[in-house]
Ligand binder design. Structure first.
Ligand SMILES: Cc1ncc(C[n+]2csc(CCOP(=O)(O)OP(=O)(O)O)c2C)c(N)n1
Length: 321
């Protein structure tokens, strides 16, 4: 496992600002979604990315707009950090026809082809091989970009994880495997279900670099992700990045998370990704970004609330597709 520490001095101010905006957009979006869920505007499950925002912000800033991502059931932050327009996203999550997927995908199946976001996925571990396929596509087409697969610790116990890492390493594909270790799969702690909880060690076992990074420090994630992108673009193969983090609550919006260690949760909440990055930028810039994001969220809610639901005909037409 690489022991390199992140060279934070190299991160430009503009990148810090971009990542702070991503974190603020995700944090505010998620808090608003919880509120809308409680008011009955969102159906089904909702898995907030609260507390994990820095991972998507750092990775997406590092890989850039032209690279591909695959996401998970806890995917709002990935989608937002990859560049989603919040009003279309809010419309999708509230099941409106003006949403990214005409309101038919919802929280767990949102995708945005314009941003090269290949989609969230309700099947744990299913996005990992899709990212490998996207990387193979890039290789075949001679495009020097990367694909990043976001997934969590629970997904690492699925067969798709081993198959994907092996295939990507064997063919030296440009993939970033982003393992968001939030320490739980629903209510099961990692120590209970994983033989090796130091997930970065699995990288070398599969023939690739493995690094472990503070998942709440966007700057550190950005630096490690840039290194991984450079390796991938130099044909040096994929990287497994384990980003250690913690959910700010239960598995989904209706899970009070009573099984979570209260002291540990309080510690992680203090180690907040938004607070950590805010300290690295000027107060004036932070204030400006926060005000702009607040306005964007308000517009997004208004747009979604005033949008129509898809008609039965539109729904059936998509099934036929
Ligand atoms: C293949 C599969 N098995 C089981 C489930 C049920 N399930 C939904 S979320 C989840 C836990 C996933 O944990 P993890 O991958 O750590 O993601 P996290 O929720 O922590 O972000 C499970 C088991 C599923 N959706 N897909």
């Amino acid at each position: 496992m690489s022991k390199k520490t992140a060279n934070k001095a190299a991160v430009a101010k503009e990148i810090l600002h971009e990542m702070y905006r991503s974190i603020c957009r995700t944090r505010s979006f998620e808090l608003k979604c919880v509120e809308l869920y409680r008011q009955g505007h969102i159906s089904g499950y909702l898995h907030p990315y609260l507390g994990e925002e820095a991972i998507a912000a750092g990775v997406c800033a590092a890989i850039g707009r032209d690279s591909y991502i695959t996401s998970t059931h806890r995917g709002h932050g990935h989608c937002i950090s990859k560049g989603a327009i919040l009003k279309y996203m809010m419309a999708e999550i509230t099941g409106k026809a003006t949403g990214y997927c005409k309101g038919l995908g919802g929280s767990m199946h949102i995708s945005c082809r314009d941003d090269n976001n290949l989609g969230a996925n309700g099947i744990v571990g299913a996005g990992i091989p899709i990212a490998v396929g996207a990387a193979m596509g890039l290789r075949v087409k001679g495009i020097n970009q990367v694909a990043a697969a976001f997934f969590s610790d629970g997904a690492s116990n699925n067969g798709t994880f081993g198959e994907s890492l092996n295939f990507a390493a064997a063919f030296s594909l440009p993939v970033l495997f982003i393992l968001e270790n939030n320490h739980y799969a629903v209510s099961t702690p990692v120590e209970y279900s994983s033989g090796c909880c130091e997930f970065a060690k699995l990288g070398p076992a599969y023939g690739m670099v493995g690094v472990c990074v503070d998942g709440n420090d966007a700057e550190a994630i950005y630096v490690e992700s840039r290194r991984a992108v450079e390796r991938a673009q130099n044909n040096e193969g994929p990287t497994l990045i384990e980003a250690k983090t913690y959910r700010h609550g239960g598995h989904h919006v209706n899970d009070p998370g009573l099984y979570m260690d209260k002291e540990l949760l309080a510690k992680w909440k203090e180690h907040d990704p938004q607070v950590i990055l805010k300290k690295k930028i000027s107060a004036a810039t932070a204030k400006k970004i926060e005000a702009e994001v607040a306005e964007e969220i308000e517009e997004a809610v208004e747009f979604a609330m005033n949008s129509p639901e898809p008609s039965v005909e539109e729904f059936l037409a998509e099934i036929d597709n």
